[in-house]
Design a protein around this ligand. Structure first.
Ligand SMILES: [Zn+2]
Ligand SMILES: [Zn+2]
Ligand SMILES: [Zn+2]
Length: 553
């Protein structure tokens, strides 16, 4: 068993992992990629170090001086251009090209190039009126939302696809008019629901399907007018519903406590999967033969892949519509690539960053539409094929070949990146690893202009001018504001103003998702061995797939 070069712990490489690596990388033009030298979690953290989703800065565009919103703060070593300037035609990434220097390590040369090439301020493609959003595609009129696709009118949302008019929701697809919902697909006009699909006009549901007009229910299928899993006549349901004054936060909390007690009495599925065959992991949909994967859609033959929609991929994160991708982060519409970041289109990329429609690229940054490039310098196909094996050989000597970009070279500090959301580390450990920790993150504390105790508990009495006030989060103390559309929603729906900041609200919703890790345990009903994201210490009753289906449907 090898020891992880990062954390020193022994880790296993399974036969399946070896076989898939050989299958994926055997035909790469660089030749086969060697076995990993870091454990799985260290490998995933190393990639996540390069993703900053929610830490946004105001800074100037280095081309026009115009103020822009960016994932990079002011005074970066590299220039940052506004989106329009970056996509404009009066600069050329190829002009930064350089010869590969065989007397020096590769990463050192890549960093020199990286620090010269202009960067995109955020990932925002075909969007309208959504300036404070990042990782957003084909969407409009949204605010402080991240990982958004084909959606509109979202506020404080995370991972919403094909959705509209939602506030404070996470991981929802094709949903409308929802509030504080997590993992709810095809749902409308619902609030405080978790893992519930095809539901409407409901509140506080957990693991329900096809329900409408339900309140405080767990594990129901196609029910109407149920309250705390009890069937009521329509008028009685409506009468009792009126009795819940959700304007008071303590009433919301009391319902959540009651729902949680009910939840712990009922069986949980060992893993969240839908339409899958032979898969292990959690949150896997329409996939086959995928192992240790999390948040995976349409996967085939994947191992150790997270937040992706892809086939034949390994050790990767945020891969979309791509195949034969190895140890990469955010590579889309691409095939046969490894150790690359944020590349869209093209194929056969290695150690490349933010390239669009580049094929056959090695160590490139910011290139659009080209082929056969090394360190942003163009070669003929023959020259490229001659040089590539020499570079790989050189990198074997320096110990760099087969290693993803080191985390300490990322432009983001640990606490700007997404690592803390998935695989957190203590500050001491971050510093011990020589990764950066940032003390001046772009938020304020102590600048609040009002306290919640100064405001009426009646949402209808709260003046519209409250959108000019600055609040302090009850949990983390960070300042935050309430925007106009939010306030109007709370007033219409008789809901209280949130007392914690949008980041804490999102983090609290995500607490209902298990950690991205599997534990060996037995089904609490039939005793069959299962690999579940519920550890043995967890209070939930955990059933295997067939026992769960027998009980719940
Ligand atoms: Zn490790
Ligand atoms: Zn907070
Ligand atoms: Zn069972």
């Amino acid at each position: 068993m090898p020891n992880c070069k990062q954390c020193n712990q022994g880790f296993e490489i399974s036969n399946e992992e070896n076989a898939l690596r050989e299958k994926l990388t055997g035909d790469f033009e660089t030749g086969l990629v060697p076995q990993p030298t870091q454990c799985l979690v260290c490998r995933m953290r190393r990639k996540m170090a390069w993703r900053n989703e929610m830490t946004l800065y105001k800074r100037d565009c280095d081309k026009t001086g115009k103020s822009i919103i960016s994932i990079y703060p002011s005074n970066t070593d590299f220039p940052v251009y506004s989106k329009n300037e970056w996509w404009g035609n009066d600069w050329d990434a190829m002009s930064y090209g350089r010869e590969f220097d065989f007397s020096r390590p590769f990463f050192e040369q890549f960093v020199e190039l990286f620090n010269k090439v202009p960067k995109l301020p955020l990932i925002s493609v075909n969007t309208e009126n959504s300036d404070y959003c990042n990782f957003i595609w084909d969407s409009r009129n949204s605010y402080l939302s991240y990982c958004i696709y084909k959606s509109e009118s979202l506020i404080h949302c995370y991972w919403l696809y094909h959705s509209r008019d939602c506030i404070d929701c996470s991981y929802c697809f094709r949903s409308e008019r929802c509030y504080e919902c997590t993992d709810c697909n095809d749902s409308q006009n619902s609030k405080f629901c978790i893992l519930s699909h095809n539901c409407s006009d409901s509140l506080f549901l957990y693991d329900c399907r096809g329900c409408s007009n339900c309140f405080g229910c767990v594990g129901l299928r196609n029910k109407k007018y149920y309250m705390f899993n009890q069937k009521l006549p329509k008028d009685e349901y409506e009468k009792r519903l009126k009795g819940f004054d959700l304007q008071k936060q303590e009433h919301i909390d009391a319902v959540k406590t009651k729902l949680n007690a009910l939840r712990l009495k009922l069986p949980h599925r060992y893993s969240i999967q839908d339409k899958t065959e032979n898969c292990t992991g959690d949150y896997i949909f329409e996939s086959k033969d995928c192992h240790n994967c999390y948040q995976l859609y349409n996967g085939r033959d994947c191992i150790n892949v997270e937040d992706s929609d892809c086939e034949d991929c390994q050790d990767s994160y945020h891969i979309g519509w791509a195949s034969f991708i190895y140890d990469s982060y955010s590579v889309c519409n691409n095939k046969s690539s490894a150790f690359s970041i944020q590349c869209d289109g093209g194929s056969d990329l290695f150690y490349s960053y933010c390239c669009y429609n580049l094929s056959h690229g090695f160590g490139c940054d910011g290139i659009r539409q080209n082929e056969y490039c090394i360190l942003n310098k163009k070669y003929s196909k023959e020259q490229y094929q001659e040089l590539l094996p020499k570079i790989v050989e050189h990198m074997r000597g320096t110990g760099e070949w087969g290693e993803f970009f080191p985390a300490h070279l990322s432009p983001f500090a640990y606490n700007e990146s997404v690592i803390p959301s998935f695989y957190p580390l203590e500050k001491d450990e971050v510093l011990r690893r020589k990764w950066r920790w940032k003390d001046d993150l772009p938020f304020t504390k102590g600048k609040e202009s009002i306290s919640h105790t100064e405001l009426s508990e009646n949402i209808s009495d709260i003046p519209l001018s409250v959108t000019n006030e600055i609040f302090a989060c009850d949990e983390c103390g960070k300042n935050y504001k309430i925007i106009d559309q939010e306030l109007r929603y709370y007033k219409n729906e008789n809901l209280p103003l949130p007392k914690n900041c949008p980041h804490c609200r999102n983090a609290n919703r995500l607490k209902f998702r298990n950690p991205r890790r599997l534990f060996s345990r037995k089904c609490d009903k039939c005793g069959e061995s299962i690999r579940s994201s519920y550890s043995l210490e967890r209070p939930e009753i955990v059933y295997c797939e067939s026992c769960y289906l027998k009980e719940v449907y």
